[in-house]
Design a protein. Structure first.
Length: 611
């Protein structure tokens, strides 16, 4: 019973593209805020919280199956107060409730579904839910019915569950320890343990770590590249190179338009989940730039440039910032924008079609639902294609044709932390690839952040959308911006960037510190939630605590400030203690450990790191 609703709900007034996508749902959505929770208290109803982001494929699926459905909407509107949250704008809310989901179910992901009390204390968690029970997964209708019944008849049982969850959240924060060893003496052992942990996980045939789905995890590759640079141990270079090459050869790389998709659904890197994220491409550009600096192989330089040119052409705003993401879906189908039939290839390329099909694995039967994802997995001459004029001519024809297809949805909000990663990538590439145009783009990106996302008192906002700035900045925003400024100083040797980096360092200590136990995700003056999250482990992006460790170490080397060196060592010791003997879970912090303790200099004569 799909409802073609033409009446908007409260989300129509929001700037978030994700919230706007749900503005015409028949569900009576509220944005996160006092109004929703006051209504829940007044009507004695539980709160149904749904968290996602605008380019999330399974978020689209759940919306079409459930949130656009009149039967589901009626159940939600009758028994619950419904709240939508964009996880990219509110990583603090997402962090808290994702921990709940992982604790209750053993896994997480988006869309994230939480049911909680009017006081925001959760008692149920799940990710994607179908409308009806299916394949052993309970459907949303049966869950809503059960929760509504229990809320009316045995509310105390649900509240007791919620308070146990809340106590566990607080206990986790309190139990995060500090390192009990002497890192000055033991740093080499800790680094070796972190790097060695990736060897048994390495897929020798396909590159990457583990099986399907397979994520690029660029911070892991950065650790391996730098550990090779530090030790000369070829094993770590081999693991990093094999992964970087196979990712490029696979369909996860867009061989027509440049840039990488978020992850591969198979172990070969062939069939991606087609959404493209700014953070992935920024961090991967750094990996390829550093691989080029270490090996001098032109392939890595070309791939890095291809990523950055994609960010310039597709993800740059007119004011100098960077957009967040491009969707996987168009015309209701995942990947439709990217794949080709063999007939299209022949019609477009004519006499070049047979040659091009042989190069890029294009066949009659296809490799993705009867169509073709371009890839080089079976092409042993793949390295020559960047300089092949015939191949380039064909790629340009296909690119022009593809641009005529239905445009992909683009999430045009500009996030401080992700923009900072892009600035760091362009600055790094400008220096290592010796391309001044990338350095200039990095300067433009930093100027955008300074103008729109840094406040008069030295604080930061979370995002800009439609020229509206919003959100009290989180630890990630500051730590990544500090790192970006450090990278800009490396390439420009302009003290203005170093002065701003020092200012950001001081703001982090003032706004987020938890004594000797690292940093909270949220500003001390931010919204008071049911707990104050503290992210430690690196996930799809490095955590704020891990990024702070790397930034502090970089700053200490650049400035020789004793307080920066002390803060870096203290932060790294905290992370080593909190990870309880698994330092590989925070590879970005390990970059900081390498930088602050290693006897090998990461500073060139002009103050720049070697990679």
């Amino acid at each position: 019973m799909t409802n073609n609703n033409t009446v908007s709900n409260r989300l129509i007034n929001e700037k978030s593209p994700y919230l706007r996508q749900h503005a015409y749902n028949p569900v009576d959505w509220y944005p996160w805020g006092d109004e929703a929770f006051e209504k829940a208290k007044a009507e004695d109803k539980p709160v149904f919280l749904s968290i996602g982001y605008s380019t999330c494929h399974w978020c689209h699926v759940m919306e079409h199956e459930s949130f656009e459905d009149s039967e589901v909407a009626a159940a939600l509107n009758e028994g619950f107060v419904c709240v939508k949250v964009d996880k990219e704008e509110r990583p603090d809310i997402d962090s808290i409730y994702m921990k709940v989901c992982q604790g209750l179910t053993g896994s997480g992901g988006w869309p994230l579904t939480i049911i909680m009390s009017p006081e925001a204390v959760p008692f149920y968690a799940a990710t994607y839910l179908p409308k009806h029970d299916r394949y052993g997964i309970r459907g949303i209708l049966s869950i809503l019915e059960a929760v509504e019944f229990t809320w009316k008849n045995s509310k105390e049982a649900l509240l007791e569950t919620g308070h146990r969850i809340l106590a566990a959240l607080k206990k986790e924060t309190l139990s995060q320890g500090t390192y009990v060893g002497q890192l000055q003496d033991e740093f080499a052992d800790v680094l070796k343990q972190a790097a060695e942990a990736f060897i048994p996980m390495f897929d020798k045939k396909n590159g990457g770590f583990g099986g399907r789905p397979k994520f690029p995890s660029p911070q892991n590759l950065m650790l391996l590249l730098r550990y090779y640079d530090l030790t000369g141990d070829e094993r770590f270079l081999h693991v990093a190179e094999k992964t970087l090459i196979q990712m490029y050869r696979g369909g996860i790389f867009d061989h027509i338009g440049g840039g990488f998709s978020r992850y591969s659904t198979d172990e070969r890197w062939l069939a991606p989940h087609f959404e493209k994220m700014l953070y992935d491409n920024a961090l991967l550009a750094i990996c390829y730039a550093e691989a080029f600096a270490l090996t001098k192989k032109e392939l890595y330089k070309n791939i890095c440039s291809s990523i950055l040119e994609y960010l310039i052409s597709e993800m740059s705003s007119s004011e100098g910032g960077f957009y967040s993401a491009q969707d996987a879906d168009s015309e209701g189908e995942e990947g439709k924008y990217y794949v080709f039939s063999i007939r299209e290839i022949h019609d477009l390329l004519g006499d070049d079609a047979v040659y091009f099909c042989a190069q890029y694995g294009i066949s009659n039967e296809g490799n993705f639902e009867g169509k073709n994802i371009l890839n080089l997995l079976d092409n042993d001459s793949f390295e020559a294609l960047f300089d092949d004029e015939r191949a380039e001519r064909c790629r340009q024809k296909l690119l022009e044709y593809r641009r005529g297809r239905m445009k992909l949805h683009k999430d045009e909000k500009q996030l401080a932390s992700w923009n900072a990663m892009a600035v760091a990538a362009f600055a790094k590439a400008g220096r290592l690839l010796e391309k001044n145009e990338y350095t200039e783009r990095a300067k433009e990106g930093a100027a955008f952040i300074e103008k729109h996302l840094v406040t008069e008192d030295g604080g930061m906002h979370v995002r800009v959308m439609d020229k509206e700035t919003a959100g009290i900045g989180h630890l990630d925003d500051y730590a990544f911006y500090g790192w970006a400024l450090a990278e800009l100083y490396d390439v420009t040797v302009d003290d203005a960037y170093l002065d701003k980096a020092v200012a950001i360092f001081k703001e982090i200590k003032n706004r987020f510190a938890d004594g000797s136990k690292g940093f909270f995700l949220t500003d001390k003056d931010g919204e008071k939630l049911i707990s104050r999250p503290k992210e430690i482990y690196d996930g799809a992006v490095p955590s704020g605590n891990s990024a702070a460790a790397f930034f502090f170490a970089r700053l200490a080397k650049q400035t020789r400030l004793p307080e920066a060196e002390e803060a870096a060592k203290k932060q790294i010791e905290f992370i080593c203690g909190a990870t309880r003997g698994f330092p590989e879970t925070c590879p970005f912090a390990m970059l900081g450990l390498m930088t602050i303790y290693s006897s090998k200099s990461y500073l060139c004569e002009n103050g720049a790191c070697s990679i």
